[in-house]
Design a protein around this ligand. Sequence first.
Ligand code: UDX
Length: 454
Amino acid sequence: MEKKSVARKPHCLVIAFPSQSHINPMLQFSKLLEHHGVKITLVTTRSYYHNLQKVPPSIAVETISDGFDKGGISEAESFKAYTDTFWQVGPQTFAELIEKLGKIGDYVDCVIYDSFFPWALDVAKRFGIVGVAYLTQNMSVNSIYYHAHLGKLQVPLKESEISLPALPKLQPEDMPSFFSTYIEDPFVLDFVVDQFSNIDKADWILCNTFYELDEEVANWTIGIWPNFRNIGPNIPSMFLDKQYEDDQDYSVTQFKSEDCIQWLNDKPEGSVVYVSFGSLAMLNEKQMEELAYGLKECSSYFLWVVRASEQIKLPKDFEKESDKGLVVTWCSQLRVLAHKAIGCFVTHCGWNSTLETMCLGVPIIAIPWWSDQPINAKLMTDVWKIGIRAPIGETKFVQRETIKYCIRRMLESEEGKMMKNNSIQLKTLALKAISKGGSSYENIIEFTNNLFSF
Ligand code: UDX
């Protein structure tokens, strides 16, 4: 990749919500911009800073305050209390940071902000700086929240089938979970919908996905926002296009990975079920028990990530390490998904896990839990056909027999082979999109050329 030589590189501040699922894709995107000659400063909160030790040395890190400088969100009484304070203190300290950098001659040309922070766009505009929204979730989810923002979706939902432009017909259970929890807790839906309150003022709107994955929604979105571009999938280059020799997995996490690659190495190709519910989901004890026995009793190997804080919910007699299975508190998910022993992924369908499984050609069994996960599950199973959804039924949890059945269906049937083939096709499309000449690649070039034109 050629770096452009200019007297001064354009300087972007990249600010992400302080959680690994938001920082990681924005960090990967930052690395791409850096490869194209852009100077990047990553901005995080004082309390999250210590998690960013692995950021590449060429990327500067600065901090702002969320009002909870010691413990961050864990110090706050609730998510609402956290964001209420953050939304007051954050904009002010972010503006002070831009001023401080300006005073030392490190002028900021552009703010790339996590769309969860609409206030960052207001700050950028106050300084006359280019403001770029970065959407960490998929286009369909964004379209749903945008329609709610426009008042075009009745909340709480009344219809039994939801029809929105360019989206498949959706049942209430396919919608982001915040619609169904709206009556008990309206705040979270209001919070995610607020992303769109000022987005029309953004100079660019970027989304971590690729055009070919969902052409119809992409075309619809660009019709609404002509400055919308897909620039993903933003996963470390070493796991997809391998364009950059110096690339490493710089992913940020607050969890300590355990090494399970050795354990995978002696398992036959496609024989292991990988199970993970991401960084936040908290399954109830009954679901953990059914999952545990479903995995123990199925005929395949399994590798199951149960975060340290969740391990207490495992059945007392459950063996964490045997010839058949291994339970770890955390792993390098990308390395695991890239391992040839992995046959399928039992996933909660978080957007990062969705992109990662797609980029590594691994079919899935979907057990969505909350947030955007139900719609991601719907797309993966009904539209992209790279997996099956484990039915929940009246019990409100997936039973062990269902888990065993889904694993058999995925690993031992012709249908499973077809889904594996579909995932390999998506992997090829994702690779093409991010490689030279591909749709996301060209969008990134267009964006960086624009930065250089200032
Ligand atoms: C949250 C929401 O739950 C999700 O729905 C939304 O789309 C993004 O924010 P999270 O639950 O953490 O994210 O899920 P996901 O987006 O899939 O991110 C999980 C990340 O953790 C992935 O990048 C995955 O590679 C990583 N991971 C997970 C590990 O590196 N190791 C593990 O053991 C488990």
